[in-house]
Design a protein around this ligand. Structure first.
Ligand code: 13P
Length: 255
């Protein structure tokens, strides 16, 4: 079933105490709303916050996600956190392929596919981020459509249809992340429709119709409803505005 999802990617923000308070507020808000089963709220706090937050949120109302996982299973990998460790904490999903991981930590499709496989082996859902840079956007639709398609072809399109059911796509134009620039609703719709068509070409129309495709990039209460109203936009992956409980509540209501 295609879900409507509002997900908060907290990135490297908040102290543990602040994060626990924010998570509690989000959980209480969602609990007060009685959302339809099709609509889901996800929060992705930093690793250090996951265990205490798992204790305070209502796991039936808010899905706990991590922002990354290791490309290897347990062992001598200093500093890494494995998918199985995350699962043990009550984490249900993991964000992979975020442009900040691609840019600053040199994560390529080969590494990402390893992470995807390990997360799937633990039964985690994947929020898989794709999107073009400013330069690629300026080079024209032919180029940026191909960039986005290649990000899919080399990774999640190699999965079986059964595995792909665990994948949520997040279209995050790099030029709109944390910049205050937002794709127009029409720009977002065009890319989301292109992504859904690529999924249909790879897995068939039924799988494409069931796939949740989120928009991310300077989504805020003032612009979300218009973007989320587009036919192929199934919600948002929110950075900055997910750090304020009031703003995040408005974003939950916008979808
Ligand atoms: P902003 O909403 O802060 O632009 O971040 C978007 C994002 O990167 C979500 O993963």
């Amino acid at each position: 079933m295609r879900k409507l999802i509002v997900a908060g990617n907290w990135k490297m923000n908040t102290s543990v105490a602040e994060g626990v308070e924010l998570a509690k507020k989000v959980s209480d808000y969602v609990a007060s709303k009685n959302l339809p089963a099709q609509k889901q709220v996800v929060i992705a706090p930093p690793f250090t916050h996951l265990a205490p937050i798992a204790q305070v949120i209502n796991a039936d109302k808010v899905i706990l996600a991590a922002q990354d996982c290791a490309a290897t299973t347990n062992g001598a990998y200093t500093g890494e956190v494995s998918a199985s460790m995350l699962k043990g904490l009550g984490v249900k999903a993991v964000i992979l392929g975020h442009s900040e991981r691609r840019q600053y930590f040199k994560e390529n499709s080969e590494i990402l596919l390893k992470k995807i496989k390990l997360a799937l082996a633990e039964g985690l859902d994947i929020i898989f981020c794709i999107g073009e840079t400013k330069e690629q956007r300026e080079a024209g639709a032919n180029l940026y459509n191909n960039v986005i398609k290649a990000q899919l072809v080399d990774t999640v399109f190699t999965l079986t249809p059964e595995e792909f059911k665990k994948v949520i796509i997040a279209y995050e134009p790099v030029w709109a992340i944390g910049t205050g620039l937002t794709a127009t609703p029409e720009q977002a719709q065009d890319i989301h429709a292109m992504i859904r068509k690529a999924i249909a070409d790879n897995f068939g129309q039924a799988v494409a119709d069931d796939t949740t495709i989120l928009y991310g990039g300077s989504c805020k209460p003032s612009n979300a409803a218009e973007i989320f109203a587009k036919k192929d936009v199934d919600g948002g992956l929110i950075g900055g505005a997910s750090l304020k409980a009031d703003d995040f509540a408005k974003l939950i209501d916008a979808r």
